[in-house]
Structure formats: C-alpha cells, structure tokens
Design a protein around this ligand. Structure first.
Ligand SMILES: [Zn+2]
Length: 235
C-alpha cells in the first residue's frame, strides 16, 4: 500500500482529510502533499498526518480555518466572539485565532452553553470573547489570561499554551435579567466548565472545556474594596 492511491478508499475520506486545507477540492483522494494519491494509512484514518509521512513533500495536515461569518453554533458566528469587547473595538486588532483548536473550542462553547442560554433567556450581549495574545497585551485593566480561558488554545512565543485550562470563555449579559439567576441557571442546566459571578447587573464569565471543573465562583467586592474569588455551592 506504500503511498499508492487505493481506489476503493477514495470515497472514504477521513475526518483529517476532509478538514485539511491541502486536499483537492475537485479530485477525491489526492492533495498537494500527495498529488499521485493519498496513502492508505492516512485515508483509512490510521495516521492523521500530524507527523511527517514518507513522500509527503514536507507538507502536513493543516486545518481549514473557519471564516469570520461562518456559523458558530445556532445563534452565533465566529465574528461575534472575535470582534468583541471594548479594547478590540478601540484598537481594531484583527484578533484572529491561529490555532484550529481555538475555533473548535469556541464552537463547543457556543453549542454546549451559549445557544442554550439564548433559547432560555433570549438574545445575549457578549462583552468579552476570544482574546489573542495581541489583544491581551492591549487590555488596560487587570486580567488573568493564564487562568481565564479567553485565549482558548492559543500559544505564547515559546509555543506553550497561554492558558493551560484550554477550552474557550466569554463574558455576557442579558439585558433586563438578574445575572445571578442567569449564572445559576447556566451552572445547573448546561455542561459549563466555570461560571464567574460578579453581581446581578454585571456580565458573567462562562467557559467550556473538555476538563470540566463545574465550578461556580463568586467575585464579589469585599471589605477591602477588591474582588476576591470564592467557590460556592449552588443548590
Ligand atoms: Zn471572562
């Protein structure tokens, strides 16, 4: 099977090939890396071609990035999470994810948490969404990018994840609703990772990841005048 195109597998294009930017859009079973036919081990899904394969001309699997106006869940587009928040608007930074997994995580946040919130409470106003390293640097107030999951699966200059919790996060408010009620509903009725509650008229922070903490954290202003995190039980 050494790198030869196998006709009967031509139709069974694997998940990896179907989301790869190098695949041929007209001829199934070939791509820029393998113009004479994608090897059986890749077509069959045995290899996802994330590491070099003999004869691949130095080209490997690379995910197609969604477009800004592609749907991200039922009620959102990627643009809503990427062009989001005061600092992004002020600076006009493109704020585009570089990692395909960041797009995937935003999609999971939308479908597992936010779509359900919209179905229950109506339209929501996103106040802070995805944050690229460039946007993180431009934000004047104190944020915690290593913990807050807004950087999703993006990496720093030396290739480490900015936030090892991974997943994706956003802040939102539902106009005219008590945000404690919304926050508690999200905690009880969705697969949310973490909910941060700041006050009944302040946007809440929600995240989704594959390592679910299922935490409800109050961030209320204490006697010192500072907000301190407190993990609380919600019954
Ligand atoms: Zn947040």
């Amino acid at each position: 099977m050494d790198g030869k195109f196998v006709a009967e597998y031509a139709v069974a294009v694997t998940q990896a090939c179907s989301t790869c930017k190098h695949r041929s859009k007209t001829v199934p079973g070939i791509c820029i890396a393998f113009p004479d036919g994608i090897p059986f081990e890749i077509l069959s899904g045995k290899s996802d071609h994330s590491t070099p394969v003999n004869g691949d001309h130095g080209i490997r699997y690379e995910a197609v990035m969604p477009k800004l106006d592609d749907r991200c869940g039922e009620h959102f587009t990627y643009r809503r999470f990427i062009e989001c928040g005061e600092t992004q608007a002020k600076t006009g930074l493109p704020n585009l994810p570089k990692e395909a997994d960041s797009y995937k995580a935003l999609h999971e946040l939308a479908t597992n948490v936010l779509d359900l919130v919209v179905d229950k409470f109506g339209p929501i106003e996103l106040t802070y969404g995805f944050s690229s390293p460039e946007l993180i640097k431009a934000i004047p107030e104190r944020i915690a990018p290593k913990l807050d999951q807004h950087a999703s699966h993006e990496r720093n200059r030396i290739g480490n994840f900015i936030c090892e919790r991974l997943g994706a996060a956003c802040d939102f408010i539902v106009q005219g609703k008590n945000m404690r009620e919304v926050a508690e509903w999200v905690y009880k009725n969705t697969e949310v990772d973490r909910v941060y509650f700041y006050g009944s008229e302040t946007p809440i922070h929600v995240s989704f990841s594959n390592k679910r903490a299922h935490q409800f954290v109050e961030m209320l202003v204490g006697k010192s005048g500072r907000r301190t995190p407190r993990v609380v039980r919600v019954d």
